[in-house]
Design a protein around this ligand. Structure first.
Ligand code: GTP
Ligand code: MG
Length: 322
């Protein structure tokens, strides 16, 4: 952990041999804007996307690999030691907590996906409130960061949910730090800045609502698909890194269409496809049911059984209902 925080001079892509101003510009324009992205790129992609000769692409990738901080191997023992710190954040619903093996785990990413109005944003608000609550109440007694891409954060909802839990709404609001992300690059930048915030406040929950909306609208055509996946991949890894360094929960949302015919034939196939699916550790699919009820289904968890449960979304927030 200590080495993650050490300050080193940041190497930029211009520092690589063979990358002059013109090449750097082509690389940047196509999303290859840091050493790590270059280090893990394939020569063919780099050459096709940035329009440089394949021979130069191979050389650039090779030198990026020398500079890139790709991380180290850890022993199983070290990982076990780190995992001893894993704690769980309550969702407000016992049903949903049980489905998730006790709540949302720190040191991993939990993705909530579902169609519009399925309750993703409501659940994010509830998690934010809960995180500020004491341990006995399933919280972390910590501050929260929210990256809001759709301008759907509502302090009024935080106040309602806090009152229902017997918490002082002003105290809760003070601990929730919200930043609007205006586009996907801004969103990536905010996630990087989150580490700086975490030096000032204890941040045990980082929310990105929505993870995918900017990426979806900005990278529409097939041609830009690989760039989109690359950026999203990097973003997810920044989030995962934040979660391990700060022992925090990452909760993200992803809208999917409930109409299978407009969604690759599979209603549960979220955008970002494999990238989001493979990096998120826990994935919860939400669908609407009668009277403010929502059905939550746990999908591909590394060690929990798949299953479904019912939660209630009301003015009080997320509960089991009655
Ligand atoms: P998108 O962001 O559009 O994909 O949807 P979402 O999944 O984030 O949906 P969201 O969490 O915004 O859910 C909206 C739904 O929550 C509404 O249709 C209501 O059913 C419910 N809801 C939101 N606020 C309240 C409230 O104050 N009282 C009650 N009873 N229900 C609410
Ligand atoms: Mg929403």
């Amino acid at each position: 952990m200590a080495e993650d925080k050490k300050e080193t001079k940041k190497i930029t892509i211009e520092d690589l041999p063979g990358v002059g101003e013109a090449t750097a510009e082509k690389l940047r324009e196509n999303g290859f804007d840091d050493i790590m992205t270059l280090a893990v790129a394939s020569p063919k992609d780099l050459s096709d996307l940035a329009g440089i000769a394949e021979g130069s692409a191979i050389k650039i990738i090779a030198s990026a690999r020398k500079f890139a901080d790709v991380g180290n191997f850890e022993t199983g023992e070290q990982i076990l030691e780190r995992r001893k710190d894993v704690t769980k954040l309550s969702t407000g619903s016992k049903n949903l907590d049980n489905l998730l093996g006790g709540g949302l785990e720190t040191q991993s990413i939990t993705e909530f996906f579902g169609e519009f109005g399925s309750g993703k944003t409501q659940i994010m608000h509830q998690l934010a409130v809960n995180c500020t609550r004491p341990l006995e109440e399933g919280g972390f007694n910590s501050d929260v960061l929210i990256i809001d891409t759709e301008n759907t954060f509502r302090p009024e909802r935080i106040i309602q949910m806090s009152k229902f839990r017997g918490a002082d709404p002003d105290e809760v609001l003070k601990r929730i730090h919200v930043a609007r992300a205006y586009n996907s690059h801004h969103q990536i930048l905010l996630a990087e800045r989150a580490s700086e915030m975490a030096k000032e406040f204890p941040i045990r929950l980082l929310i990105v609502d929505s993870l995918t909306s900017h990426f979806r609208s900005e990278y529409m055509g097939r041609g830009s698909l690989s760039e989109r996946q690359q950026l999203l991949n990097r973003h997810m890894h920044d989030l995962l890194k934040f979660s391990t360094i700060n022992n925090s929960v990452i909760a993200v949302t992803n809208q999917v269409s409930a109409r299978p015919d407009v969604f690759f034939g599979d209603p549960t196939a979220p955008i970002g496809g494999n990238i989001v699916g493979h990096t998120a550790t826990f994935r919860v699919y939400l669908r609407k049911s009668k009277g403010g009820k929502r059905i939550a289904r746990l999908i591909d968890s590394p060690y929990l059984p798949e299953g479904e449960t019912v939660v209630q979304i009301s003015e009080d927030g997320v509960t089991d209902g009655v």
